[in-house]
Design a protein. Structure first.
Length: 85
């Protein structure tokens, strides 16, 4: 799997199965109607490499990839919505 930018109006969310911050942000995005696809970095080595590249060598989640190619690590729901406008 190569990491590609998501479709306009949506985000790709890199997560792990044990991440509480990921669960919280997913619930907020569901509530706010933000479209996203989820990629578990524990199951997808290319995604883990991408997350490490954009986070200074750390596998920090949630990391979100936006359609313009920018990323945010553990953003608020307000930041996510602003960046999708």
């Amino acid at each position: 799997m190569s990491v590609e930018s998501p479709a306009p109006g949506s985000v790709t969310m890199f997560t792990t199965s044990w991440c509480g911050y990921c669960r919280r942000l997913k619930a907020q995005m569901d509530r706010e109607g933000v479209a996203y696809s989820e990629v578990n970095i524990e199951e997808t080595p290319d995604a883990a490499d991408f997350v490490m590249t954009v986070n200074g060598g750390n596998q920090t989640v949630p990391t979100l990839l936006f359609p313009d190619g920018s990323v945010a690590t553990n953003p608020s729901i307000n930041e996510v919505k602003k960046r999708l406008v």
